[in-house]
Design a protein around this ligand. Structure first.
Ligand code: GCO
Length: 448
């Protein structure tokens, strides 16, 4: 047995997002979001599930904070529902919506839990979608105005800020594959949206500096590590391209002020182009306080004649898969952190999400013995720890998720929580993985 001990100030957190847990979708003056519209449209979400009630966190946040306290969670990452604050996306402020986040944030602070806010976790006000959503540059200004309201209200007490959650997913799943809100399928739109999300990040970061804030701000990307499925040079090139479209496409603008040439060429060959004023890159590439990413899995990449690359499982059955059919590949977390450390100038790194969906069942003793999830966490945190030992500036870890919640197009069919939620009764039960996390936090590490 060996002991894994994390640095003294390591941030042990857990994460959620507004639409996935809050419910109260039309209460206290909240406006409609694109996820309300999308989930209310038949055929979009598993068995017609919606976030109308979700975990009813809007009404049960006190109980949920009590649970976090019991687990000893040091920091809680949550997102702000934009249409709760500005029902029309801009213009008239809804004080009741803002009050909710003030109450939530104050109770976290009283409970000794550091608040960490995500400003955009995908629930764009529908009214703004009606004028083109993220394809409309004006929306980047409305987002900045919304963010200013939140920063002015909570900036003094919230030390950690994530501007945009997963611009790739918001752009591609929402505007190319059409499986997330707003359900569009168009490549040019997708690239424009991706760019405007980066631009929004830049505008809000500039604002944060101008408002003389004392906390830290960064962006949260979805990243995985990519491995060639064979040593065939075509597969190796495909691997580079695959990471290019998801990873470098966002990382390079943020750190180098330019889109990667090879990926630009790839899109040009597909006859998709988009344009932006050159000065956008100045905003996008301002220094961040940290780089955050969400890590779940990694992929093996093979050359594909039509698309350039495709993902395969090179040895089916060799690696475990989660309920999402994502390969369990903790080594990828280490490789990814070291890659970012090398390629992007040793940034401060936050793992803003990591976790796994498994089929959880309550046993006859009323317990949820989610052994696989605990193993997943141990393996990933071990690799994260190894990266710290090898010199990476990894500062914190937010487990996805605090509780079972609305998993986007999968509805409530996937459980990611360390707290079980009975979606009929809203009863919460801490899973065994939750107790394991509690002990890990208390000991600042664990035995393996
Ligand atoms: C994301 C989102 C989360 C998801 C989680 C599991 O990374 O897709 O930030 O909202 O629920 O990742 O898929």
């Amino acid at each position: 047995m060996s002991k894994i001990v994390f640095p003294k100030d390591f941030i042990w957190g857990s994460a959620t997002a507004a639409y996935q847990i809050e419910g109260a979708y039309n209460e206290d003056g909240k406006g409609e979001s694109i996820w309300d519209r999308f989930s209310h449209t038949p055929g979009n979400v598993f068995e017609g599930h919606t976030g109308d009630v979700a975990c009813d966190h809007y009404h049960r946040y006190e109980e949920d904070i009590q649970l976090m306290k019991e687990l000893g969670i040091k920091s809680y990452r949550y997102s702000i529902s934009w249409p709760r604050i500005f029902p029309d996306g801009k213009g008239k402020l809804n004080e009741k919506g803002l009050d909710f986040y003030k109450r939530l944030t104050n109770l976290l602070l009283e409970s000794g839990i550091t608040p960490a806010i995500t400003l955009y976790h995908w629930d764009l006000p529908q009214k703004l979608q009606d004028i083109g959503g993220w394809t409309n540059r004006d929306v980047t200004d409305y987002f900045t105005e919304f963010s200013e309201t939140i920063i002015r209200s909570l900036g003094d007490v919230v030390p950690m800020w994530f501007t945009i959650n997963e611009p790739f997913i918001a752009a591609f799943l929402g505007h190319l594959f059409g499986i997330h809100a707003p359900g569009i399928k168009d490549m040019r739109t997708t690239l424009q949206v991706g760019h405007n999300l980066l631009l929004s990040h830049g505008k809000v970061l500039k604002l944060y500096r101008e408002l003389n804030q004392k906390g830290q701000m960064g962006i949260s990307l979805n990243l995985s590590y990519k491995y060639p499925a064979s040593d065939d040079p075509a597969d190796i090139a495909a691997t580079n391209l695959s990471f290019g479209t998801v990873g470098r496409w966002f990382l390079d603008p943020l750190y180098k002020g330019q889109y990667p040439e090879d990926v630009l060429r790839y899109y040009e060959n597909m006859k998709v182009s988009f344009s932006y004023p050159e000065e956008d890159m100045k905003l996008i590439s301002q220094p961040m306080d940290f780089l955050a990413f969400n890590y779940y899995s990694s992929e093996f990449v093979k050359h594909d004649d039509e698309m350039g690359f495709t993902h395969i499982d090179p040895e089916p059955g060799k690696f475990e898969e989660t309920e999402m059919n994502w390969l369990v590949y903790p080594q990828g977390l280490y490789d990814l952190i070291m890659y970012l450390d090398r390629e992007y100038g040793k940034p401060n790194i936050i793992i803003s999400e990591n976790g796994a969906a498994y089929k959880d069942e309550i046993n006859s003793n009323g317990r949820i013995e989610d052994v696989k999830r605990t193993k997943y966490l141990i393996d990933h945190l071990s690799h994260a720890h190894r990266a710290i030992q090898d010199g990476a500036n990894l500062k914190g870890y937010y487990l996805w998720s605090l509780m079972d919640n609305f998993e986007w197009s999968f509805g409530y069919s996937k459980r990611f929580g360390i707290i079980y939620v009975d979606h009929e009764t809203q009863k919460r039960i801490i899973k065994d993985s939750g107790y394991w996390y509690k002990e890990t936090i208390a000991n600042n590490g664990f035995d393996i």
